[in-house]
Design a protein around this ligand. Structure first.
Ligand code: GLN
Length: 537
């Protein structure tokens, strides 16, 4: 039996209140007092993982070192805590049911009727305690996706109720994140929706210990007291979470409000040390006082939804802060570049990222973007599909291989410079079958990438099915356009570089998944530095 303590984070009133950020902020405060802490997210949808979800549905799919395709909140956890997450940190209803049904088929339930309670709830319970039972953590924070009252999340809420009973009240704390809306006509903040959602939680047998209240305006003392009274929490457990300019300010706001203090008190823990947030504070200070601005274009096909490229945007913030420059990101829809001249979209930018993606839509626009930045010496970072487009562009426009394409876009193309990986050829299922997670890459000694990374072997996270077709190596690569990194086992091209250009790098992997506040990613850092130089030209 481990001594792990459990924090459960539920959401009320509406979705998108930022449970992930609040959970990550609390974890940061606990970590800064030397507690070892991890966060896990339980998502109530039936997909086994978000890998098969369109970014419009669910934002970016975050990938872990161990190759799990997960919710984007895991990205926040890693960026805040600087600790890698794994498959165990994200569980969906689909995965829970899959596992229970597989057990049923194996006959593990010995003739019993398989039911939501106890079989589904037992499965959830096991998974909720998996990380805690490892003995590696003092505190496990469990975020329950969705909003209290949703039919989908009922089994999770019921499991939390059972767990609190089993583990003991002193070992568990429930944080309920809620919204205090402002009614402009009445000029008033309203507590009623919160009262109702706390009541809904109560009907499921769970008492909220702490209320974290999202609000646009300061909560008055009276309002806090009213919330405490009606929602049956201690006055100090009414925590205001006021809108801020950057998510990185939230831990400091939570510290000021004493969120970690009430949590530790409920868990009967004493801090192991005083908070050490010096690095975080200096990051924030730099973030808020940039010396100049660079403009980066982000070319993608999901740009209408900011969450689609969450990790890329955050990586740019980390890198910008390191150099004390504000990175202004201009989202450019790749389809618009197909209809109009790229000049009007790309002129004046200090750097361009061509984003990852799948499928044909907007592809030609991405290729036109690459051509423009290559010819106009604008720093370029191509990520995954962006790298593949850089290869196609060079093949078509410099090497005269007009038919160059990826077999993802045109299965029968005459010059498949990007083609399906051998290991993918017999795969029929779409879910969880890409080349996923951490793979090694050896950097070419002469490449500037060695300097950028400060080492010659790196490990980066992947999520793709297609690769550079090595049959075209001779024809395509030359003195300028070079391979800068290979997978040591398979010779898969991981990085291409154009040395006849101020800064032009395409990577088959996703560096954005590994950038954190404590460790801004070297590639993004070098890219932003190049954009800064460009802005000075
Ligand atoms: N669609 C491309 C592939 O599967 C690129 C994937 C990506 O950008 N993540 O190889």
């Amino acid at each position: 039996m481990s001594n792990t303590k459990y924090v459960f984070v539920t959401g009320g009133v509406t979705s998108s209140l930022g449970k992930g950020i609040v959970a990550a902020s609390l974890a940061k405060l606990l970590q800064s007092q030397e507690f070892s802490v991890t966060i896990q997210k339980f998502d109530p949808y039936l997909n086994v993982d978000p890998g098969t979800l369109n970014p419009y549905e669910h934002g970016e799919c975050f990938v872990t070192d161990d190759g799990a395709e997960t919710d984007l909140d895991l990205g926040h956890y890693e960026r805040f805590l600087n600790v890698a997450t794994t498959q165990a940190n994200n569980v969906t209803t689909g995965r829970v049911y899959q596992s229970v049904i597989e057990k049923e088929r194996r006959g593990e339930f010995l003739g019993k009727t398989v039911q939501v309670i106890p079989h589904i709830t037992n499965e959830i319970k096991e998974r909720m305690q998996l990380l805690g039972n490892s003995g590696d953590y003092d505190i496990v924070i469990t975020e329950i996706g969705g909003t209290v009252g949703d039919i989908e999340s009922l089994p999770y809420i019921e499991t939390v109720r059972q767990l609190i009973n089993e583990l003991g009240d002193e070992n568990c704390v429930v944080i309920h994140l809620t919204l205090i809306p402002y009614l402009a006509a009445a000029k008033e903040l309203k507590t009623k929706p919160t009262q109702h959602s706390v009541k809904t939680l109560m009907e499921s047998g769970i008492k909220a210990d702490v209320l974290v209240c999202r609000t646009e305006y300061e909560l008055t003392k009276d309002l806090r007291q009213k919330l405490a009274l009606f929602c049956n929490v201690k006055p100090e457990a009414v925590i205001q979470s006021i809108d801020v300019n950057t998510i990185y300010e939230v831990p400091i706001k939570m510290l000021d409000e004493g969120l970690d203090r009430v949590v530790l008190k409920k868990l009967q823990l004493t801090p192991k040390s005083i908070h050490d947030l010096s690095h975080w504070q200096s990051f924030l200070k730099k973030l808020k006082s940039p010396k100049t601005t660079v403009k980066i274009g982000l070319v993608g096909k999901y740009v209408e939804l900011q969450d689609s490229y969450k990790s890329i945007l955050e990586s740019l913030i980390h890198a910008g802060t390191l150099h004390q420059v504000a990175v202004e990101v201009e989202s450019i829809h790749s389809e618009h570049l197909e209809q109009n001249s790229p000049v009007q979209y790309l002129k004046g930018l200090n750097g361009v990222i061509v984003a990852p993606g799948f499928g044909e839509r907007g592809i030609e626009g991405k290729i036109r973007a690459v051509q423009y930045v290559r010819e106009n010496n604008i720093p370029f970072l191509g990520i995954c599909l962006g790298m593949q487009m850089a290869v196609i562009e060079y093949a078509r426009n410099v090497k005269g291989l007009k038919a160059a394409n990826s077999t993802e876009m045109d299965e029968n193309c005459q010059a498949p410079v990007i083609s399906l990986m051998e290991s993918q050829k017999d795969i029929e299922n779409k879910g969880g079958t890409m080349r996923l997670g951490a793979w090694n890459c050896n950097l070419e000694p002469s490449s500037k990438l060695v300097n950028i990374y400060g080492q010659s072997q790196i490990s980066e996270r992947h999520r793709h099915r297609y690769e550079f077709n090595n049959n075209y190596s001779q024809q395509l690569f030359d003195e300028q356009f070079k391979v800068a990194g290979y997978n040591p086992e398979t010779q898969l091209v991981e990085i291409v570089e154009n040395t006849d250009h101020p800064w032009f790098v395409g990577v088959q992997f996703h560096p954005e998944y590994k950038s954190t506040v404590a460790n801004p990613h070297p590639l993004f850092s070098a890219f932003v530095a190049a954009a800064f130089s460009h802005s000075q030209d």
